[in-house]
Design a protein around this ligand. Structure first.
Ligand code: TMP
Length: 246
């Protein structure tokens, strides 16, 4: 059945990913592009081969998570090396951030120094809205605004928080085996027609902070955010390690 899924028209071009309809309403084709942006689109560029690298990294990560009990949208490879077939889902407009080490917007917001280590995965939410600037949102506000956040009840929110912390533990072990420390990451969830909540979007060096354990070198989008040079090196290095893992 899956061999019969074919890509159709472009239905959404995001900052980094393109979404295509398919001949089935239950599936979409998600294509990772070489576009890169930071600061809510304030700074943009193109990184050759980033789309292929991110698609391969994210696909391997989603397969690993699915094998370890996290339901995801991943179905199979797509029509080219930078695309995959995914389950169509209603996206929940929350960015769910999980931190192991304080850095980035956390330190900016609370005026604390980089490097505080959390004992447990530290989960936070932002409300996904370009016009509102993706503001932080707490559990009480999420539940008070179901028409905006699309979270139906506390059970659903608990599940998303649980999945995110569990993804954090699984992924930090996954990356540690590859000699990489997972500092933090962002995930997004969606609801499929049965009502099930599943992991959607991507998990890649665009959405994680990843540091080489031996050298301390940054291997993620911070190379672009902080103008560290050779942006593609992070993506290539993570791709090499993730794919050599099997
Ligand atoms: P932050 O420190 O800027 O809040 O970022 C935390 C993590 O979430 C980091 O790995 C980058 C990721 N992230 C995204 O993937 N997309 C976003 O829009 C934001 C704000 C963060």
């Amino acid at each position: 059945m899956l061999e019969q899924i074919t890509r159709q028209n472009l239905i959404h071009a995001g900052k980094a990913n393109n979404v295509y309809a398919t001949n089935s309403p239950d599936y979409l084709e998600l294509e990772a592009s070489d576009r890169i942006s930071a600061g809510n689109g304030a700074k943009t560029d193109v990184v050759t081969n980033k789309g292929v690298a991110n698609n391969q990294i994210s696909s391997a990560t989603f397969k690993f998570l699915e094998e370890n009990g996290i339901p995801t949208h991943y179905v199979c490879e797509g029509s080219n090396k930078s695309s995959k077939i995914v389950k169509a889902a209603e996206m929940i407009p929350l960015e769910v951030i999980c931190r192991f080490v304080a850095t980035g917007s956390f330190c900016k917001r609370y005026e604390c120094e980089d490097g505080l280590e959390f004992d447990e995965p530290f989960v936070e939410f932002t409300f996904k809205s370009d016009s509102a600037g993706d503001p932080p949102i707490d559990r009480k506000t999420i539940l008070a605004l179901p028409e905006k956040t699309l979270i139906e009840d506390e059970r659903e929110l608990n599940l998303i928080e649980y999945y995110t912390a569990r993804i954090g533990i699984l992924l930090s072990e996954f990356y540690e085996r590859l000699g990489v420390k997972l500092i933090d990451f962002k995930v997004e969830f969606g609801r499929i027609s049965s009502g099930q909540i599943i992991l959607c979007d991507e998990i890649s060096p665009d959405t994680c902070r990843l540091v080489d354990i031996k050298t301390g070198e940054k291997l993620d989008k911070d190379r672009f955010r902080e103008d560290l040079g050779d942006v593609s090196k992070g993506y290539e290095e993570i791709l090499k390690r993730v794919t050599s893992n099997g």
